[in-house]
Design a protein around this ligand. Sequence first.
Ligand code: PEP
Ligand code: MG
Length: 318
Amino acid sequence: RRAEARALAAEDCRTADGVRIEVFANLGDAAEAAPAVAGGAEGCGLLRTEFLFLERQSAPTEDEQLAQYQAIADALDGRPLVVRTLDAGGDKPLPYLPMPQEENPALGLRGVRTGLHRPDLLLTQLRAICRVRSKGTVAVMLPMIASAAEIRQVRALLDIAASETGTSAPLLGVMIETPAAAVTADLLAPHIDFVSIGTNDLTQYALAMDRQNAHLAAQLDGLHSAVLRLIAQTAAGAAGTRWVGVCGGLASDPVAAPILIGLGVTELSAAPSMVAEIKAVARAVTLEDCRDLAAQALSLDSAEAVRALAEDRLAALL
Ligand code: PEP
Ligand code: MG
Protein backbone atom coordinates (compact mmCIF):
# COMPACT_ATOMS: atom_id res chain seq x y z
CA ARG A 1 0.00 0.00 0.00
CA ARG A 2 2.83 2.42 0.79
CA ALA A 3 4.45 1.70 -2.57
CA GLU A 4 1.10 2.20 -4.26
CA ALA A 5 0.58 5.51 -2.45
CA ARG A 6 4.02 6.65 -3.58
CA ALA A 7 3.31 5.70 -7.17
CA LEU A 8 0.02 7.61 -7.13
CA ALA A 9 1.44 10.55 -5.22
CA ALA A 10 2.07 12.65 -8.29
CA GLU A 11 -1.46 12.32 -9.66
CA ASP A 12 -4.43 14.58 -8.91
CA CYS A 13 -6.50 13.41 -6.01
CA ARG A 14 -10.12 12.30 -6.43
CA THR A 15 -12.33 10.34 -4.08
CA ALA A 16 -13.36 6.82 -5.15
CA ASP A 17 -16.50 8.36 -6.70
CA GLY A 18 -14.58 11.04 -8.57
CA VAL A 19 -14.91 14.16 -6.38
CA ARG A 20 -11.86 16.35 -6.75
CA ILE A 21 -10.06 17.00 -3.46
CA GLU A 22 -7.00 19.22 -3.81
CA VAL A 23 -4.19 18.12 -1.51
CA PHE A 24 -1.66 20.85 -0.91
CA ALA A 25 1.33 21.23 1.39
CA ASN A 26 2.02 23.73 4.15
CA LEU A 27 5.42 25.31 3.63
CA GLY A 28 7.65 27.19 6.04
CA ASP A 29 10.41 28.23 3.63
CA ALA A 30 11.64 27.95 0.05
CA ALA A 31 13.75 24.84 0.64
CA GLU A 32 10.65 22.79 1.44
CA ALA A 33 8.87 23.51 -1.84
CA ALA A 34 10.58 21.12 -4.29
CA PRO A 35 10.52 18.12 -1.91
CA ALA A 36 6.83 18.81 -1.21
CA VAL A 37 6.03 18.66 -4.94
CA ALA A 38 8.09 15.47 -5.26
CA GLY A 39 5.98 14.06 -2.41
CA GLY A 40 2.76 14.73 -4.31
CA ALA A 41 1.72 18.22 -3.21
CA GLU A 42 -0.61 19.79 -5.77
CA GLY A 43 0.28 23.26 -4.57
CA CYS A 44 0.97 25.19 -1.38
CA GLY A 45 -2.16 25.88 0.66
CA LEU A 46 -0.33 27.76 3.39
CA LEU A 47 3.01 29.50 3.13
CA ARG A 48 3.91 30.61 6.64
CA THR A 49 5.93 33.75 5.91
CA GLU A 50 7.22 34.18 9.46
CA PHE A 51 10.55 32.61 8.36
CA LEU A 52 11.31 35.83 6.46
CA PHE A 53 10.69 38.06 9.44
CA LEU A 54 12.12 36.22 12.44
CA GLU A 55 15.69 36.41 13.74
CA ARG A 56 16.65 39.64 12.04
CA GLN A 57 17.07 43.25 13.08
CA SER A 58 15.05 44.91 10.32
CA ALA A 59 12.03 43.93 8.26
CA PRO A 60 12.76 42.13 4.96
CA THR A 61 12.53 44.47 1.97
CA GLU A 62 10.02 44.04 -0.82
CA ASP A 63 12.74 42.65 -3.12
CA GLU A 64 13.99 40.20 -0.47
CA GLN A 65 10.47 38.93 0.01
CA LEU A 66 9.81 38.73 -3.72
CA ALA A 67 12.97 36.63 -4.23
CA GLN A 68 11.74 34.04 -1.70
CA TYR A 69 8.14 33.96 -2.93
CA GLN A 70 9.31 33.74 -6.55
CA ALA A 71 11.65 30.83 -5.72
CA ILE A 72 8.71 28.98 -4.16
CA ALA A 73 6.39 29.78 -7.09
CA ASP A 74 9.07 28.52 -9.47
CA ALA A 75 9.48 25.27 -7.52
CA LEU A 76 5.68 24.83 -7.62
CA ASP A 77 5.81 25.23 -11.41
CA GLY A 78 2.32 26.60 -11.98
CA ARG A 79 0.66 24.90 -9.02
CA PRO A 80 -1.30 27.24 -6.72
CA LEU A 81 0.62 29.20 -4.07
CA VAL A 82 -1.25 30.64 -1.10
CA VAL A 83 0.89 33.14 0.78
CA ARG A 84 -0.24 33.94 4.30
CA THR A 85 0.59 37.44 5.42
CA LEU A 86 2.78 37.79 8.48
CA ASP A 87 1.23 36.09 11.49
CA ALA A 88 3.29 37.75 14.19
CA GLY A 89 2.09 38.87 17.57
CA GLY A 90 2.89 39.18 21.21
CA ASP A 91 4.07 35.57 21.36
CA LYS A 92 6.56 35.96 18.46
CA PRO A 93 8.30 39.29 19.13
CA LEU A 94 10.24 41.01 16.35
CA PRO A 95 12.90 43.61 17.24
CA TYR A 96 11.75 46.04 14.51
CA LEU A 97 8.09 45.65 15.43
CA PRO A 98 7.74 47.04 18.92
CA MET A 99 4.53 45.75 20.41
CA PRO A 100 2.79 46.68 23.61
CA GLN A 101 3.35 44.26 26.48
CA GLU A 102 0.25 42.06 26.54
CA GLU A 103 -1.22 39.97 29.32
CA ASN A 104 -2.98 37.75 26.78
CA PRO A 105 -0.92 37.63 23.59
CA ALA A 106 -3.21 35.02 22.04
CA LEU A 107 -6.06 37.54 22.34
CA GLY A 108 -4.03 40.58 21.43
CA LEU A 109 -2.35 42.24 18.48
CA ARG A 110 -1.61 39.26 16.30
CA GLY A 111 -2.31 37.97 12.82
CA VAL A 112 -4.05 40.49 10.57
CA ARG A 113 -4.35 42.85 13.54
CA THR A 114 -0.57 43.28 13.52
CA GLY A 115 -0.70 44.02 9.80
CA LEU A 116 -3.38 46.66 10.25
CA HIS A 117 -1.44 48.12 13.21
CA ARG A 118 1.59 48.42 10.90
CA PRO A 119 0.10 48.93 7.43
CA ASP A 120 3.54 49.91 6.11
CA LEU A 121 4.79 46.35 6.74
CA LEU A 122 1.62 44.81 5.33
CA LEU A 123 1.70 46.96 2.18
CA THR A 124 5.31 45.98 1.50
CA GLN A 125 4.39 42.32 1.81
CA LEU A 126 1.33 42.72 -0.42
CA ARG A 127 3.42 44.49 -3.07
CA ALA A 128 5.94 41.63 -3.03
CA ILE A 129 3.16 39.06 -3.45
CA CYS A 130 1.58 41.07 -6.30
CA ARG A 131 4.92 40.95 -8.16
CA VAL A 132 5.27 37.14 -8.09
CA ARG A 133 5.09 35.72 -11.60
CA SER A 134 3.53 32.28 -12.01
CA LYS A 135 1.61 30.30 -14.62
CA GLY A 136 -0.71 29.35 -11.79
CA THR A 137 -2.72 31.01 -9.08
CA VAL A 138 -0.98 33.15 -6.50
CA ALA A 139 -3.16 34.11 -3.56
CA VAL A 140 -2.98 36.17 -0.39
CA MET A 141 -4.37 34.69 2.82
CA LEU A 142 -5.06 36.65 6.00
CA PRO A 143 -4.54 35.11 9.45
CA MET A 144 -6.80 35.59 12.48
CA ILE A 145 -9.65 37.34 10.71
CA ALA A 146 -12.56 38.10 13.07
CA SER A 147 -14.72 40.42 10.95
CA ALA A 148 -15.50 41.66 7.45
CA ALA A 149 -14.20 45.13 8.33
CA GLU A 150 -10.66 43.74 8.55
CA ILE A 151 -11.00 42.19 5.09
CA ARG A 152 -12.24 45.47 3.65
CA GLN A 153 -9.24 47.32 5.11
CA VAL A 154 -6.79 44.80 3.65
CA ARG A 155 -8.62 44.81 0.31
CA ALA A 156 -8.04 48.57 0.08
CA LEU A 157 -4.32 48.04 0.75
CA LEU A 158 -4.18 45.19 -1.78
CA ASP A 159 -5.73 47.43 -4.45
CA ILE A 160 -3.07 50.05 -3.70
CA ALA A 161 -0.32 47.40 -3.87
CA ALA A 162 -1.60 46.13 -7.23
CA SER A 163 -1.92 49.57 -8.79
CA GLU A 164 1.48 50.72 -7.46
CA THR A 165 3.18 47.62 -8.88
CA GLY A 166 1.23 47.69 -12.14
CA THR A 167 -0.20 44.24 -11.56
CA SER A 168 -3.67 42.83 -11.06
CA ALA A 169 -4.61 41.95 -7.50
CA PRO A 170 -4.12 38.26 -6.59
CA LEU A 171 -6.92 36.19 -5.10
CA LEU A 172 -7.69 37.11 -1.50
CA GLY A 173 -8.72 34.56 1.10
CA VAL A 174 -8.89 34.30 4.85
CA MET A 175 -8.00 31.80 7.50
CA ILE A 176 -10.94 30.71 9.60
CA GLU A 177 -9.35 30.37 13.00
CA THR A 178 -11.58 32.41 15.28
CA PRO A 179 -15.04 31.14 16.22
CA ALA A 180 -16.30 34.56 15.09
CA ALA A 181 -15.09 33.92 11.55
CA ALA A 182 -16.45 30.37 11.53
CA VAL A 183 -19.99 31.32 12.52
CA THR A 184 -20.05 34.30 10.13
CA ALA A 185 -18.38 32.58 7.15
CA ASP A 186 -21.49 33.39 5.08
CA LEU A 187 -21.00 37.09 5.83
CA LEU A 188 -17.28 36.99 5.02
CA ALA A 189 -17.65 34.95 1.82
CA PRO A 190 -18.85 37.83 -0.42
CA HIS A 191 -15.62 39.70 0.35
CA ILE A 192 -13.18 36.91 -0.46
CA ASP A 193 -12.20 34.24 -2.97
CA PHE A 194 -11.57 31.34 -0.58
CA VAL A 195 -11.26 30.24 3.04
CA SER A 196 -8.87 27.89 4.82
CA ILE A 197 -9.65 26.67 8.30
CA GLY A 198 -6.78 26.90 10.79
CA THR A 199 -7.82 24.13 13.12
CA ASN A 200 -4.91 24.72 15.51
CA ASP A 201 -6.09 28.15 16.53
CA LEU A 202 -9.77 27.41 15.94
CA THR A 203 -9.52 24.57 18.48
CA GLN A 204 -7.64 26.78 20.93
CA TYR A 205 -10.25 29.54 20.71
CA ALA A 206 -13.31 27.29 20.61
CA LEU A 207 -12.24 25.31 23.67
CA ALA A 208 -10.58 28.27 25.43
CA MET A 209 -7.47 26.10 25.88
CA ASP A 210 -3.99 27.45 25.21
CA ARG A 211 -2.45 25.42 22.38
CA GLN A 212 0.96 25.75 24.10
CA ASN A 213 -0.21 24.37 27.44
CA ALA A 214 1.29 20.90 27.88
CA HIS A 215 -1.31 19.97 30.52
CA LEU A 216 -4.13 20.53 28.05
CA ALA A 217 -2.50 18.96 25.00
CA ALA A 218 -4.48 15.72 25.23
CA GLN A 219 -7.79 17.61 25.29
CA LEU A 220 -6.89 19.92 22.40
CA ASP A 221 -8.30 17.71 19.68
CA GLY A 222 -9.79 19.29 16.58
CA LEU A 223 -12.24 16.39 16.42
CA HIS A 224 -14.05 17.88 19.43
CA SER A 225 -17.73 18.24 18.49
CA ALA A 226 -17.58 22.00 18.96
CA VAL A 227 -14.78 22.35 16.43
CA LEU A 228 -16.50 19.99 13.99
CA ARG A 229 -19.66 22.06 14.20
CA LEU A 230 -17.68 25.24 13.52
CA ILE A 231 -16.09 23.55 10.50
CA ALA A 232 -19.52 22.47 9.25
CA GLN A 233 -20.81 26.01 9.63
CA THR A 234 -17.78 27.41 7.82
CA ALA A 235 -18.14 24.98 4.93
CA ALA A 236 -21.84 25.77 4.56
CA GLY A 237 -21.24 29.52 4.75
CA ALA A 238 -18.29 29.57 2.35
CA ALA A 239 -19.56 26.94 -0.11
CA GLY A 240 -19.14 28.34 -3.59
CA THR A 241 -15.85 30.09 -2.90
CA ARG A 242 -12.87 28.73 -4.81
CA TRP A 243 -11.59 26.64 -1.89
CA VAL A 244 -13.08 25.58 1.40
CA GLY A 245 -9.79 24.37 2.79
CA VAL A 246 -8.23 23.20 6.00
CA CYS A 247 -4.59 24.03 6.71
CA GLY A 248 -4.42 23.32 10.45
CA GLY A 249 -3.17 20.09 11.93
CA LEU A 250 -6.44 18.27 11.24
CA ALA A 251 -5.60 18.33 7.50
CA SER A 252 -2.52 16.19 8.22
CA ASP A 253 -4.52 13.65 10.21
CA PRO A 254 -5.58 10.65 8.07
CA VAL A 255 -8.37 9.82 10.53
CA ALA A 256 -9.82 13.33 10.25
CA ALA A 257 -9.59 13.71 6.46
CA PRO A 258 -12.79 11.76 5.57
CA ILE A 259 -14.78 13.70 8.18
CA LEU A 260 -13.52 17.01 6.80
CA ILE A 261 -14.45 15.97 3.26
CA GLY A 262 -17.87 14.92 4.53
CA LEU A 263 -18.35 18.33 6.14
CA GLY A 264 -17.77 20.04 2.78
CA VAL A 265 -14.03 20.67 2.74
CA THR A 266 -12.54 20.50 -0.79
CA GLU A 267 -8.90 21.31 -0.15
CA LEU A 268 -6.54 19.87 2.44
CA SER A 269 -3.17 21.50 3.05
CA ALA A 270 -1.04 19.07 5.02
CA ALA A 271 2.49 18.82 6.35
CA PRO A 272 4.62 17.81 3.32
CA SER A 273 5.43 14.42 4.87
CA MET A 274 1.70 13.60 5.13
CA VAL A 275 0.54 14.57 1.63
CA ALA A 276 0.84 11.12 0.05
CA GLU A 277 -1.02 9.48 2.92
CA ILE A 278 -3.83 12.04 2.91
CA LYS A 279 -4.21 11.51 -0.84
CA ALA A 280 -4.37 7.73 -0.33
CA VAL A 281 -7.14 8.11 2.27
CA ALA A 282 -9.16 10.52 0.11
CA ARG A 283 -8.91 8.10 -2.83
CA ALA A 284 -10.23 5.23 -0.72
CA VAL A 285 -13.49 6.91 0.32
CA THR A 286 -16.62 8.08 -1.46
CA LEU A 287 -18.32 11.39 -0.76
CA GLU A 288 -21.29 9.43 0.55
CA ASP A 289 -19.05 7.50 3.00
CA CYS A 290 -17.63 10.81 4.16
CA ARG A 291 -20.99 12.55 4.54
CA ASP A 292 -22.38 9.63 6.49
CA LEU A 293 -19.34 9.56 8.77
CA ALA A 294 -19.45 13.34 9.25
CA ALA A 295 -23.14 13.29 10.15
CA GLN A 296 -22.49 10.66 12.80
CA ALA A 297 -19.42 12.51 14.09
CA LEU A 298 -21.48 15.68 14.61
CA SER A 299 -23.77 13.81 16.97
CA LEU A 300 -21.03 12.36 19.20
CA ASP A 301 -20.12 14.18 22.38
CA SER A 302 -16.38 13.54 22.58
CA ALA A 303 -13.32 13.68 20.35
CA GLU A 304 -12.38 10.18 21.55
CA ALA A 305 -15.68 8.78 20.30
CA VAL A 306 -15.30 10.56 16.96
CA ARG A 307 -11.76 9.25 16.61
CA ALA A 308 -12.79 5.68 17.44
CA LEU A 309 -15.64 5.79 14.91
CA ALA A 310 -13.45 7.25 12.15
CA GLU A 311 -10.64 4.77 12.83
CA ASP A 312 -13.08 1.86 12.56
CA ARG A 313 -14.50 3.13 9.27
CA LEU A 314 -11.09 3.78 7.81
CA ALA A 315 -9.78 0.37 8.83
CA ALA A 316 -12.67 -1.23 6.98
CA LEU A 317 -11.95 0.78 3.83
CA LEU A 318 -8.16 0.67 3.65
C1 PEP B 1 -3.75 27.14 12.51
O1 PEP B 1 -3.92 27.93 13.44
O2 PEP B 1 -4.37 26.07 12.39
C2 PEP B 1 -2.75 27.43 11.47
C3 PEP B 1 -2.64 26.69 10.38
O3 PEP B 1 -1.91 28.48 11.69
P1 PEP B 1 -0.65 28.42 12.70
O4 PEP B 1 -0.52 26.99 13.14
O5 PEP B 1 0.50 28.93 11.90
O6 PEP B 1 -1.09 29.35 13.78
MG1 MG C 1 -3.12 29.94 13.32
